[in-house]
Design a protein around this ligand. Structure first.
Ligand code: GDP
Length: 574
């Protein structure tokens, strides 16, 4: 804001008062929106051209591999995902020990965040951190390091919640997937069960007429590993993955840390070009000159080609996973760009969040800028989830449709928020579930709106209205406080008293209240008793301990959360 005032030769206070008159409260350090700037420009009769400040921070590149005649085939980069204990790590280990790219028996000695194996004379790169959390964190930062995802499902266990999550995350990223049915050595293995469960999720095996390859494997016996690698190579061939090794390099950071004696070390995978010792690089908001490049076999090399994973040394600080590494001509360029980016990041933290709220979304839809509304649905039970899903899928008008990127039974998780964060303009819709603690905090940090409903029609009405692009949602209640249940006391005829600590807002006597367990609303009524040190209290504020009883409800357990709220009458206008 203050920069705008300076540029147009106006005092800060006159800028603030113009906006204030229009009902917008801004302070000196806030970023102005494009609309606000346009209004101001008119008011002060100056001409403005808005440029996205980020454009300046991006190293411009309208390069298209398709048209690059020097582009040659590159190895595929693979990430393994799936439910916990289905064998992701075992599979990575098995592939690594059986097919190390290198001739020597020593094999892989160095952890560089990914490793390469060789099959039929071709290389394949495997990212070493399995799981969708890391995958989507990176995507949220704009990096797509993975070409193909392997979904591991244990043949004796079938599809589990994280299998579903992994599939949603992969689909949202638009990356092709291959299913590895693991633990085939087990007597209880039932691969057909896995196939039918996955077909219900729309992931159909090729031998059932679908488009996904299913490969039965055993990380223990080694069965099927060759077939899996061959399937990967076939898929890669179809994708015609290419890169130009003669360009200057670009790479994606998969992990980074400080190593004793080396300083910051970044584990990267080269996307295109050749990275050489001596190159000046900018990586997110860090920079430096490449001093050493170490491969997964522990050897030091002078240069690396596309899809090669390596640890690089020479940065001034530790970058973040998902940051992009770009080579520039001079050390001055990389330093200046890194410093500008760091400054932007600091300003952004200070300023308001830039994520879409429901209001912004409805404006975008009204303007016709949003053609599909990505939503994540979480509900307390399968029945309501199906009902909501069915109705939402039918809900669409000519311009906009609802795109369900993930759905699940249970409370909203941090992983849901990461997925929403990586998907532009996504919102999280909850039915009988409420965010608490870490999830609530993360949603605030990321600026992602979680809308919770207790009546299915309310949810549908609101989405309908949103699709119509015509109104802000009606806010019918305001959360006044949350308290964590630390312990419970059962007192004779009185009932269960929950020993709590207020974690947000404040708790008032007689307030309407709901009990939340694992993110799911268990019961709604009101606070019937509120005590501090055995004394009745009217209100207990954030950070303080208290004893709470809920009217007509005694099944309170340690770890539950009590949320209080009040109805508001406010009706938002068109
Ligand atoms: P992750 O959580 O998905 O990384 O799973 P792990 O790789 O840690 O494996 C979980 C458990 O399953 C471990 O006890 C493994 O020994 C076992 N396991 C993994 N793969 C196989 C397999 O192919 N066959 C059998 N019988 N057990 C397996």
């Amino acid at each position: 804001m203050y920069e705008f005032a300076e540029k147009v030769n106006q005092s800060m206070s006159s800028v603030i008062s113009v906006l204030f008159a229009l009902g917008m409260m801004v302070t000196k350090n806030d970023f102005l929106s494009k609309d606000e700037i346009e209004i101001l420009a008119e008011e002060f009769e100056v001409e403005v051209v808005t440029v996205n400040p980020l454009d300046e921070l991006v190293v411009a590149d309208d390069y298209d591999v398709e048209e690059d005649e020097e582009a040659v085939e590159r190895p595929p980069v693979i990430t393994i995902m799936g439910h916990v204990d289905h064998g992701k790590t075992s599979l990575l280990d098995r592939i690594r020990t059986s097919k190390v790219a290198d001739k020597e028996a020593g094999g892989i000695t160095q952890h560089v965040g990914a490793y390469q194996v060789e099959k039929n004379g071709k290389k394949i790169t495997f990212v070493d951190t399995p799981g969708h959390a890391a995958f989507t964190e990176m995507r949220a930062r704009g990096a797509q390091a993975t070409d193909i995802v392997i979904i591991v499902v244990a043949a004796d266990d079938g599809v589990m919640p994280q299998t579903k999550e992994a599939i949603s995350h992969t689909k949202a990223a638009g990356v092709p997937m291959i299913v590895a049915i693991n633990k085939m050595d087990k007597e209880s293995a039932n691969p057909d069960n896995v196939k039918s469960q996955l077909s219900e999720l729309g992931v159909m095996a090729t031998d059932w007429g679908g488009e996904h390859e299913f490969v039965p494997v055993s990380a223990h016996s080694g069965m099927g590993i060759d077939a899996l690698l061959e399937t990967i190579l076939l898929q890669a061939e179809v994708m015609e993955l290419k890169a130009n090794p003669t360009r200057s390099a670009k790479a994606t950071v998969v992990e980074a840390s400080v190593a004793k004696g080396f300083g910051p070390v970044a584990n990267v995978i080269i996307k295109t070009g050749t990275l050489r010792i001596g190159d000046n690089v900018v990586v997110g908001n860090t920079y430096g000159r490449i001093k050493a490049i170490k491969l997964d076999d522990g050897s030091n090399v002078k240069e690396i080609l596309p899809s090669t994973p390596a640890a690089i040394v020479g940065l001034n600080a530790v970058p973040k996973a998902g940051d992009e590494l770009v080579v520039m001509d001079t050390d001055k360029e990389v330093r200046e760009l890194a410093e500008k980016r760091a400054e932007y990041d600091r300003a952004k933290v200070l300023s308001k969040t830039t994520k879409a709220t429901i209001d912004d979304l409805s404006a975008l839809i009204a303007e016709g800028q949003l053609k599909s509304l990505p939503v994540i649905i979480k509900a307390d039970v399968q029945g309501s989830l199906e009902a909501i899903k069915g109705s939402l899928e039918k809900l669409r008008n000519d311009e906009v449709k609802v795109n369900i990127i993930h759905e699940g039974v249970g409370g909203v998780t941090e992983s849901d928020l990461t997925l929403a964060d990586a998907s532009e303009h996504a919102i999280v819709l909850g039915f009988n579930v409420r965010p608490t603690g870490a999830v609530k905090k993360k949603s605030k940090e990321l600026g992602i709106e979680i809308r919770s409903y207790a009546v299915i029609y309310d949810l549908l009405d609101e989405v309908k209205a949103l699709l119509g692009g015509m109104m802000s949602p009606v806010i019918s209640e305001e959360v006044t406080g949350q308290a964590d249940v630390r312990e419970t006391f059962i007192v004779g005829k009185v009932g269960t008293i929950a020993g709590c600590k207020v974690s947000d807002g404040s708790i008032s006597r007689n307030a309407k209240a709901r009990l939340i367990r694992d993110g799911i609303v268990i019961y709604e009524s009101k606070i019937s008793s509120l005590k501090r040190f055995n004394e009745d209290a009217k209100e207990v504020k954030n950070g303080y301990e208290c004893g709470i009883m809920i009217e007509n409800f005694n099944d309170i357990k340690e770890g539950d959360v009590i949320e209080t709220y009040k109805d508001v009458e406010e009706q938002v206008t068109l």
